[in-house]
Design a protein around this ligand. Structure first.
Ligand code: NAD
Length: 488
């Protein structure tokens, strides 16, 4: 297969928070893997900027350790790692002070052919300070880009304030709001399958789709970040961003072109068409203690916490395409298995010419889009069970990942962060959230959260290692449907 990796321009990438957890676990090992893949141009430079008092050598040592610990899978030898470390530099800066900024400016190349990007891998409380100092110290240029991490606000008001802070110093086409779910291979493959084939799009509507499920199940607890998580909960931490983004891509109208604003305009229309969720269509849960692990409330160090570590909800998109089609979303911690999956359940055939025995299921086609683990897609199709004994129907999965057809290169896909950072350098905003999208998502989420607070809604306890509270299963059973089994 001929590789069609789009080369990137030379760049200076400054990572604010370059010594932090996210930089060490994801950003720097991701950049290293792109370096190993030969995708980093000569003259690429990465500059860590943080509060710690390090020099270049100490930062390189820190990055070497981080890559050893987290950079699994990088097909690189020791000498290549040394070459990568040579691209690094470090400057101590205080986002809230003036020290270090002029020296950081001197490190950057004054060359319009070199892309200049600033990654804000720090808490959102520092976004405005950093943006302002980039301007006041003359580091920001007409074309430089800024990358901001989640959480982008905790409600509509705070998201608007963040957008306004950034807008004072940067245009929207310079701002890259990360949602790493959008960087996943299968998420992009979903668009290719929908809009690159004639087969699916005619069926992608209320006439043929019974319902759509989105599950993001995690096995981890909130241990270690319980106090932080307790101020947020599953709705703010997962639904408002990741699940909403997946919902948008699955439900949006075909954009006129695969171009950043065309795609994001269509996603925005989906969010704006979401109906308010009825309180009885939401189930919130909190994990109990079990399996040698403490309960959510213990992890949150808040014995009276009403914050949810699990949520399941049913929502509706009020437009022509999706009228009457429920979308079921669920996400939670301490669940049975780690699994992120979207399933499109099609309606059964209008009339079955086959005898269906009592108790036997009517077969429906289902398209499963798996984000993790084992990214891939399968389509359940109905065929005749082989062998004698009459016409019995079975459902078999049709593997649509095509890894065999595409060869080993199809296996060697970049991780979500790697892809997104390279998109920043290429100047492609398609897989980044626009400011109005984020605000629209909060505008939908805020009244739901306000309702819980007004009612002092208490989450249902659930057993760790389960599929969540019983009521979440009932949410579907009441509608005569069932969730996909959570399994790795
Ligand atoms: P962290 O606390 O581990 O690191 C924070 C970094 O910011 C450090 O490098 C620190 O030196 C720097 N910093 C703090 N105050 C500073 C100041 N005044 N001036 C200059 N530098 C300062 O945090 P993290 O976990 O790396 O998270 C960074 C951001 O990424 C946060 O917004 C977080 O919500 C987001 N995020 C993190 C993860 C993750 O897995 N860690 C995942 C998704 C999003």
């Amino acid at each position: 297969m001929v590789s069609r990796v789009i080369p990137v321009d030379r760049f200076d990438l400054v990572i604010f928070g370059g010594t932090g957890d996210l930089a060490r676990r994801k950003i720097l090992p991701g950049l290293y893997r792109r370096f190993c893949a030969g995708q980093m141009p000569d003259g690429a430079r990465i500059i860590g900027a943080a509060r710690s008092d390090l020099d270049r050598g100490a930062f390189q040592d820190m990055v070497r350790d981080a890559i050893t610990e987290f950079g699994t899978g990088a097909p690189c030898e020791g000498a290549t790692l040394d070459d990568f470390l040579e691209t690094l530099d470090y400057m101590r800066v205080d986002a809230r002070g003036e020290d270090g900024w002029d020296a950081l400016k001197d490190m950057l190349r004054d060359d319009s052919d070199v892309v200049r990007a600033f990654y804000f891998s720090v808490g959102p409380g520092l976004f405005g300070d950093i943006a302002a100092r980039l301007q006041s110290h003359g580091l920001a240029t007409e074309d430089s880009r800024v990358v901001v991490e989640k959480p982008f606000g905790r409600d509509l008001g705070s998201a608007r304030a963040l957008n306004a802070d950034l807008a004072q110093h940067f245009r929207e086409d310079q701002i890259y709001r990360i949602d790493h779910y959008l960087g996943k291979e299968t998420v992009q493959n979903l668009m290719a399958v929908r809009f690159g084939n004639v087969l699916f799009e005619p069926l992608w509507n209320a006439q043929f789709v019974d319902h759509i499920q989105i599950t993001v199940a995690e096995t981890v607890s909130v241990e270690g970040r319980g106090a932080y998580y307790d101020k947020s909960g599953a709705m703010r931490d997962m639904v408002q961003n990741h699940l909403m983004q997946l919902l948008c891509l699955i439900a949006m109208e075909p954009p006129s072109r695969f171009d950043p604003d065309a795609v994001r305009d269509e996603k925005l229309k989906v969010i704006r068409a979401l109906a308010p969720v009825e309180p009885h269509h939401i189930v919130r849960g909190q994990y109990e203690a079990g399996g040698g692990v403490a309960s959510y409330r213990d992890h949150a160090e808040n014995p009276k916490s009403f914050t949810e570590s699990f949520i399941a909800l049913r929502c509706h998109i009020e437009n022509w395409r999706w009228a009457g089609v429920p979308f079921y979303l669920r996400t939670g911690k301490r669940m049975k298995a780690r699994m992120s999956e979207i399933t499109v359940v099609f309606k059964p055939t209008r009339h079955s010419i086959f005898d269906i025995g009592e108790g036997e299921d009517v077969h429906s086609n289902m398209l499963h889009i798996r984000l993790q683990p084992n990214e891939g897609m399968t389509l359940d199709v109905t065929i005749k069970e082989p062998g004698p004994g009459g016409m019995r129907l079975v459902t078999v999965p049709l593997d649509m990942t095509f890894s065999e057809a595409l060869g080993p290169e199809a296996e060697d896909v970049p991780d979500a962060y790697e892809r997104l950072i390279m998109d920043v350098i290429r100047g492609n905003q398609t897989l980044f959230m626009r400011g109005d999208e984020v605000e629209a998502a909060w505008a939908w989420t805020d009244p739901i959260i306000a309702g819980w607070e007004a009612r002092a809604d208490v989450p249902k306890p659930y057993e760790p290692g389960s599929s969540g509270p019983e009521d979440a299963l009932m949410l579907m059973h009441r509608d005569g449907r069932r969730w996909r089994e959570i399994k790795a």
